[in-house]
Write a protein of this length. Sequence first.
Length: 119
Amino acid sequence: QVQLVESGGGLVQAGGSLRLSCAASGRTFSRYAMGWFRQAPGKEREFVARISWSGRDTYYADSVKGRFTISRDNRKNMVYLQMNSLKSDDTAIYYCAADQNASGSYDYWGQGTQVTVSS
């Protein structure tokens, strides 16, 4: 069982930056691929970024490529999402998720953290 807790959301002006954190419980965290998703009001939840268990491989949605960076620290059971050059379209609730089998299907989800970008 893994519990995920996101933090770091808030209100930021367009062009600004935020760093989201995801704290994970559980001894096997380092074996899981991790992802960030987001859901804007009235829209479906969408993929943002993914990182392999080792941190060597990362993947991004086209909409955030070049602006967002996903990283992890397995010693601290943490995953991060550095968000730069934020746009109003980035406004959403951001969720951290864990893929325990590296299957692309996420088994555990956090409760989310709100990011609001003002234009």
